[in-house]
Structure formats: structure tokens, C-alpha cells
Design a protein around this ligand. Structure first.
Ligand code: NAD
Ligand code: UDP
Ligand code: UDP
Length: 318
């Protein structure tokens, strides 16, 4: 029943609600945490193009100034080097909270830091949202479903997550972040939105971040063998980053809390993905099998019917 309780009465222009027809839309002040990263920097481009003022908050753990450098000098753009684990005082209308390493290689690098970022970082950004009455969007993940026993995954599925494994800092961290988000919504009336993002690819992914798409593409270009982990029969479903950004903006501007799966239901085995890369880049690329990482989910595919019913109908974001 919590699925789409939304619009709890704060829908002013200031907090990002719908603007009455005929009135010129006022630019919003928006914070994007993790805005120097892969997804965040594409989101920032769209928000700036729409005429909003954007403050990027990033500690540059995996993000890069190069991703947002083209906005330097624009008075509607600010970049703050800050770690969300520390409190932050700002006056804004909306908070897109993305700060958190997303690649398994990066989030396992310092697991305690990852869980702090997810828990303390999210708490701080919710505290900020509460203080200034801003609308808050959490970028959660399909990892909250763990190694799923339901297929495809619906938002009503509670997941199958190992609480003590090497991926737990990320999966359990995001699950706690979702809990905090709902508790600030119910307890403090904060307007919140939750997106559960499935595997995403596109320009500005770090070439060496260890995710499968960037690995295969980089390997094919360097004439190295494509490293398929395990038997390569595990599946993932990949969406292009611009579709994700469109979904995030529609979710923020819409009336529904979520959670919403944001992803592309096209499902591939990792072997099939390697073949696509061979066909596209280098038919002679070799495939090399490597031992799989611990607790790797066997399959993953979003059921996106909820997002289709509640987000597609929203006005297309300008
Ligand atoms: P990314 O690693 O490119 O970006 C994360 C950004 O957060 C980086 O700029 C990094 O420097 C910053 N950051 C990390 N810890 C921080 C901290 N403590 N304080 C301030 N900044 C910090 O990853 P991405 O792919 O752009 O992912 C963005 C968000 O989307 C993440 O929350 C991730 O969990 C979520 N997500 C992404 C995917 C995907 O496939 N890309 C899938 C599911 C969920
Ligand atoms: N917080 C913040 N910026 C703000 C308001 C709060 O970073 O503008 C942090 C604050 O330091 C605290 C967290 O958010 O650690 C939760 O704040 P809240 O007011 O909900 O709780 P409390 O401060 O009472 O623990
Ligand atoms: N994978 C692979 N070869 C690689 C990197 C990853 O076969 O070089 C597999 C990995 O075992 C997983 C899938 O690709 O089954 C997706 O991994 P990724 O790290 O991209 O994202 P995840 O969905 O695990 O967070």
C-alpha cells in the first residue's frame, strides 16, 4: 500500500510541484549529490539545460571534474567538494541523492566507507531536506533484491540479500537508505521519491571501473580477451543512461513516492553480452572464463509495469 503514497501537500513551486498552466516555470535550486559521477553528470546536464540552478556535491571518490567541467563559469552551476558523511547546510528546493560508488569494484574497496555513505550520508541529506522543506529523491538499486528468487523483479518483492557478504555494504546500505527515506516521509513529512535503478551504461562510465559493459568494451578495444566471470549464464538487463535520467526527472516531478524500478527489461546472459561486443567491435576477440565473484546475483530483470503506469503518463520533462 506504500507503493505510491505521494503528494503529501507540499506541492508548491518552491518544492518542485506542478506549475499552473500559463505561469512561467521558475528555475529551481537543485542539489545533485554524486553529480560528478557517471549518472549524476548526465542528470546535471539536463537540469541545467532546463534552466535550473544546480549545486553538485561530490567527494570525487569515483567522480571526475571532467564530467561537469563544461558548466564551469555558468552562474547557474556550482561544484562543492564535500563528503555527504559530514553534515551540509544549503537552501534548496530539490535533492537528487546519488552519492555512492556503484561499481562492485569501487564499493568493495572500502566497505565501511560505503555503508557510512549510504546510511550517514543519506541521513544527512534527509536532515537537510527536512530542514528546508526540499523534495528528496534516493537512487536505490536493483541490488536490494539480492540474488532474487522472483523473476522478473517487482517492487513488491522484498528480496534475498546476504546480510554478511562482501556485497552487503552496498545492498544492505541501500536497503537502510530506503528505510530512512520512508521513515523521514512518514515521521517528518518529507516529500520523497525512491528509484530502484537497474544496470545502466553510457558515456562517462569509468573505463576501469570493473563493470561488465566497460570491461568488455575496453578489452575489445585493447585487443585483450573478454573476461567472462563464472559460466557466463548469469543475466542482467541494461538500460541506456539517457533513459534513466528521463525516468529520474519524471519521478521527481511526479506525485508518487515509489519505489519504482527504472530499467530496461531486455535480459542478456553475460556470454550473450560478450558476443554482442564481439559483433560490434572485434569478431576475433577471445573470451576468457574467470572465477566469479562472491554472491553474484544469478539473474536480474526489472518488471517495469509500475513505472509505466505512473511515470510514463507524467509530462515529458523539458
Ligand atoms: P558513480 O560511481 O559514477 O558516481 C557516484 C558519485 O558519488 C561519484 O561522483 C562519487 O565521487 C560520489 N561519491 C561517492 N561517495 C561519496 C561521498 N561519501 N560523498 C560525496 N560524494 C560521493 O556511480 P553512478 O553509476 O553514477 O551511480 C550513481 C547512483 O546511482 C549511485 O547511488 C548508485 O548506487 C546508483 N545506481 C547506479 C547503477 C548503475 O548501473 N550505474 C545501478 C543502480 C544504482
Ligand atoms: N543535517 C544536515 N543538514 C541540514 C540539517 C541536518 O546535514 O541542513 C544533518 C544533521 O547533522 C543530522 C542529520 O542531518 O546528522 C539528521 O538531521 P535531523 O534534523 O533529522 O536529526 P537530528 O539532528 O535531530 O539528529
Ligand atoms: N562480469 C563479467 N566480466 C567482467 C565484469 C563483470 O562476466 O569483466 C559479470 C559479473 O560477474 C556479473 C555481471 O557481469 O554477473 C554484471 O557485473 P557488474 O559488475 O557490471 O554489475 P552488477 O550487476 O554485478 O552490480
Amino acid at each position: 500500500a506504500l507503493s505510491h503514497v505521494g503528494g503529501s501537500g507540499f506541492g508548491s513551486v518552491r518544492s518542485g510541484g506542478k506549475v499552473p498552466l500559463g505561469l512561467k516555470r521558475k528555475g529551481l535550486r537543485i542539489v545533485v549529490t554524486g553529480g560528478a559521477g557517471f549518472v549524476g553528470s548526465h542528470l546535471v546536464d539536463r537540469l541545467i539545460a532546463r534552466g535550473d540552478s544546480v549545486i553538485v556535491v561530490d567527494n570525487f571518490f569515483t567522480g571526475r571534474k571532467e564530467n561537469v567541467m563544461h558548466h564551469f563559469g555558468n552562474p547557474n552551476f556550482e561544484l562543492i567538494r564535500h563528503d555527504v558523511v559530514e553534515p551540509l547546510l544549503l537552501e534548496v528546493d530539490q535533492i537528487y541523492h546519488l552519492a555512492c560508488p556503484a561499481s562492485p569494484v569501487h564499493y568493495k574497496f572500502n566497505p565501511v566507507k560505503t555503508i557510512k555513505t549510504n546510511v550517514v550520508g543519506t541521513l544527512n541529506m534527509l536532515g537537510l531536506a527536512k530542514r528546508v522543506g526540499a523534495r528528496f529523491l534516493l537512487t536505490s538499486t536493483s541490488e536490494v533484491y539480492g540474488d532474487p528468487l522472483q523473476h522478473p523483479q517487482k517492487e513488491t518483492y522484498w528480496g534475498n540479500v546476504n546480510p554478511i557478504g562482501v556485497r552487503s555494504c552496498y545492498d544492505e546500505g541501500k536497503r537502510t537508505a530506503e528505510t530512512l527515506t520512508m521513515d523521514y516521509h512518514r515521521g517528518a513529512g518529507v516529500e520523497v521519491r525512491i528509484a530502484r535503478i537497474f544496470n545502466t551504461y553510457g558515456p562517462r562510465m569509468c573505463i576501469d571501473d570493473g563493470r561488465v559493459v566497460s570491461n568488455f568494451v575496453a578489452q575489445a578495444l585493447r585487443k585483450e580477451p573478454l573476461t567472462v566471470y563464472g559460466d557466463g549464464k548469469q543475466t542482467r538487463s541494461f538500460q541506456y543512461v539517457s533513459d534513466l535520467v528521463e525516468g529520474l526527472m519524471r519521478l521527481m516531478e511526479g506525485e508518487h513516492v515509489g519505489p519504482f524500478n527504472l530499467g530496461n527489461p531486455g535480459e542478456f546472459t553475460m556470454l550473450e553480452l560478450a558476443e554482442v561486443v564481439q559483433e560490434t567491435i572485434d569478431p576475433n576477440a577471445k573470451i576468457e572464463f574467470r572465477p566469479n565473484t562472491e554472491d553474484d546475483p544469478h539473474k536480474r530483470k526489472p518488471d517495469i509495469s509500475r513505472a509505466k503506469s505512473f511515470l510514463v503518463g507524467n509530462p515529458k520533462c523539458p
